[in-house]
Design a protein around this ligand. Structure first.
Ligand SMILES: NC(=O)c1ccc[n+]([C@@H]2O[C@H](COP(=O)([O-])OP(=O)(O)OC[C@H]3O[C@@H](n4cnc5c(N)ncnc54)[C@H](O)[C@@H]3O)[C@@H](O)[C@H]2O)c1
Length: 321
């Protein structure tokens, strides 16, 4: 549960709302009674992801690079905009930096310009990323630590969150950015949790892992990550501040693999490559004090989150294979 903030009857816009995190946010907003508009070009997201929003979400199939933002904002008074539409991954930004820039930075900038032009009175919550830190200078990572991104994706996310903050200060917009660390859960068909489930499913006798299993990460269940966005909208100062969004629990890759095997009732032989991919930090622990001060508490344990993710995987991915 979020606080006592009344979302009931409030109009809310979620860009990227047909995607992984966005669709869980839309679901929670709809459950709280909000009237949700989703703006998504469906390049990575899909209509089916909105199936559980109980008809309380309207989809505009639009590209954020081409939206007539001012017109859209004048037509409807949105209480809040959650901006998640983006290229959400590092590797494609390395392959196609100009494309990533156009969506992630210019796309966000165009939205901000329209908010300035219309003197928009609502709240803007921006989905940034842990990629802004690059290789963390110290552990646990806190919001005031140095930001030295090492990918075009990280640079665009950092520049966008700085624009968000400066527009907030200069033009009186209510804004905040959330730096998501590894989010996992149903509807995500990428990243380590999904990859490991796939691998164990395909070969339950042997599981190959990069490194030696000791690298530490923070895995946050998607419903908790989505709820964090609502909590910041409800309780945040909205003066351009940034928040780490993570579970605050450390988990090694070896522990993750063991938990997955337990939930899947599989006992594969674990094989480690021994070497870590260059640039992959050894330990990635996160300080979530700032978000906790807004009364954010992760509610889904890793084991429970993995159980739900595997349940989804069995019902959808495995069934359609
Ligand atoms: N998943 C994570 O672990 C993670 C970590 C850090 C940051 N983030 C950020 O959170 C946000 C959501 O990520 P996600 O994991 O749900 O990824 P996702 O790819 O599932 O969601 C992004 C959504 O944006 C839409 N989109 C892409 N380009 C668009 C465009 N030009 N116009 C309109 N819509 C467009 C896609 O169709 C998709 O539905 C992104 O901004 C991402 O950078 C995610």
């Amino acid at each position: 549960m979020t606080g006592h903030y009344g979302w009931q009857g409030k109009r809310v816009l979620v860009t990227g709302g047909a995607g992984f995190i966005g669709s869980h946010l839309v679901e929670q907003l709809a459950r709280a009674g909000a009237l949700v508009t989703v703006l998504d070009d469906l390049t990575a997201g899909c209509r089916e992801n909105l199936g559980r929003a109980n008809g309380n979400a309207t989809l505009f199939e639009l590209d954020i690079r081409q939206v007539a933002w001012e017109e859209l904002l004048r037509k409807e008074q949105y209480e809040a905009i959650f901006h998640l539409a983006a290229n959400a991954y590092v590797p494609p930004s390395v392959e196609r930096p100009a494309w990533d820039y156009a969506i992630n930075l210019d796309g966000t900038f165009r939205l901000l310009e329209a908010l300035r032009g219309t003197k928009w009175p609502g709240k803007l919550i921006y989905a940034s990323s842990a990629a802004v830190y690059g290789n963390p200078a110290r552990i646990p990572i806190a919001e005031d630590d140095p930001t030295v991104p090492i990918s075009p994706y990280g640079v665009a996310k950092l520049a966008a969150e700085r624009y968000v903050a400066v527009y907030g200060q200069l033009y009186g917009l209510k804004v905040a950015s959330l730096r998501f660390f590894s989010v996992y859960g149903p509807r995500q068909r990428k990243q380590v949790v999904y990859d490991l489930i796939q691998k164990i499913n395909q070969n339950p006798t042997e599981l190959f892992l990069h490194g030696d299993g000791t690298q530490v990460r923070d895995f946050n269940y998607v419903e908790d990550a989505a709820r964090a966005m609502m909590i910041v909208a409800e309780n945040g100062a909205l003066q351009g501040e940034v928040y780490n969004v993570a579970s605050g629990r450390d988990c090694s890759i070896g522990e993750l693999a063991s938990s997955l095997c337990r939930v899947l009732h599989a006992q594969p032989r674990l094989l480690y490559s021994g070497s870590v991919r260059p640039g992959d930090p050894e330990k990635w622990m996160v300080d979530i004090k700032r978000l906790s001060e807004l009364r954010y508490r992760p509610q889904v344990s890793l084991e429970e989150g993995l159980r739900r993710t595997i349940g989804w995987y069995r019902e959808t991915v495995a069934r359609s294979a």
